[in-house]
Design a protein around this ligand. Structure first.
Ligand code: FES
Ligand code: FE2
Length: 340
């Protein structure tokens, strides 16, 4: 199994119209994404076969992309269907076809898969409660100067929240928390216990009854993290992040905050967006710093039991790096105490 076997988000359905092109990078590959005449998303290598311009600055007309340099036209299969400088001679030219990749559209996202013949048929991660009645989703997109592993680990890392997001997310209290961490079937599941009110500025709203906090986190190969907080009916939210590898130190992260706050749903949207972006901005800074140090000294971590989640996420990512199937890794279940 390889990273190329998975589906990666390359854009929002709503940002790809009938006549525009999205220029994207996934696993170092350049992509030009547009819609064919039937409205289906098309992903071609962002390179004209003629004299190697990019295709993405070109124009889309009737579901075909026109190269901005000499105007070669590619259809939705990647085939060259017009060469302006050859006029009617096109028939006499050899058949030419640009590298094309499979696409899928789901939950308002456009996905691309780089592997032509994947070693396993996998589906994009289903975004929890997306567009379901009673639920709202706020979607934000951010670029991190770091790799997917470190981004994903950050998104399900409680200990950093007290130092990176004090006040807004959590405050340092040296309170003991317990977690059960499991690695199973290419995923890591974490269940927290003993979490009481320490949720920063929205704590009174989210947990107005002051009851038990139900909090679970998970990582799903190769690049998805999900955080769920459940304070009871109409006080429930998910933060789901898809970390898209652009290069070894650039990751584009699509984050969905999907919530059910009952009658407050619509009113909450701007507050949810503001808070999510504020927290992410702080993570962008710290992950950028970490990325710089790793670029200079390499990544060699000094782990403690509180880093159990990271170690298991890395075991899954490593198994993909060496071409193995992480679902075959032995199941692991650990009980860990830590303090925040
Ligand atoms: S480089 Fe694309 S048409 Fe010439
Ligand atoms: Fe964070």
């Amino acid at each position: 199994m390889r990273f190329e076997d998975f589906w990666y988000v390359v854009g929002l359905s709503e940002e790809l119209g009938q006549n525009n092109v999205l220029a994207r990078m996934v696993l170092g590959e350049w992509l030009a994404v547009f819609r064919g005449e039937d409205g289906e998303a098309v992903a071609l290598r962002d390179r004209c076969m003629h004299r190697n311009s990019r295709l993405s600055p070109g124009t889309v007309c009737a579901g075909k992309i026109h190269c901005p340099y000499h105007g070669w036209v590619y259809d939705k299969t990647g085939q060259v269907v017009a060469v302006p400088a050859e006029g009617d001679n096109l028939q006499k030219l050899p058949d030419r076809r640009a590298q094309k990749y499979a696409t899928k559209e789901q939950d308002g996202y456009i996905y691309v898969r780089l592997a032509d013949k994947p070693t396993a048929e996998l589906d994009p991660f289903p975004m929890p409660y997306y567009s379901q009645p009673g639920w709202e989703t706020v979607r934000v997109i951010n670029r991190f100067a770091n790799n997917v592993t470190n981004c994903a680990e950050n998104f399900i890392d409680i200990p950093h929240t007290v130092s990176v997001h004090p006040g807004i997310f959590r405050n340092p209290r040296q309170q003991k928390l317990e977690m059960t961490v499991e690695r199973r079937n290419g995923s890591v599941f974490v269940t927290y216990r003993n979490e009481t009110n320490n949720l920063g500025m929205w704590e009174k709203f989210l947990n107005w009854r002051g009851g038990q906090v139900h909090h679970t986190d998970s990582f799903h190969m190769p690049n998805v993290t999900s955080v769920e907080y459940n304070f009871g009916n109409h006080r429930r939210f998910f933060i789901t992040s898809q970390s898209i590898p652009e290069t070894d130190n650039s990751t584009l992260v699509y984050t969905d905050v999907t919530f059910n706050y009952g009658i407050w749903n619509k009113l909450a949207r701007p507050f949810v967006r503001w808070t999510a972006q504020k927290i992410i901005d702080q993570d962008i800074i710290i992950l950028g710093i970490q990325g710089e140090v790793i670029a200079k000294y390499g990544s060699k971590f000094a782990n403690t039991p509180a880093d159990t989640i990271h170690v298991l996420v890395e075991s899954i990512r490593h198994s993909l790096e060496v071409g193995e199937d992480p679902r075959k890794l032995p199941e692991i279940k650990r009980e860990v105490d830590f303090w925040v």
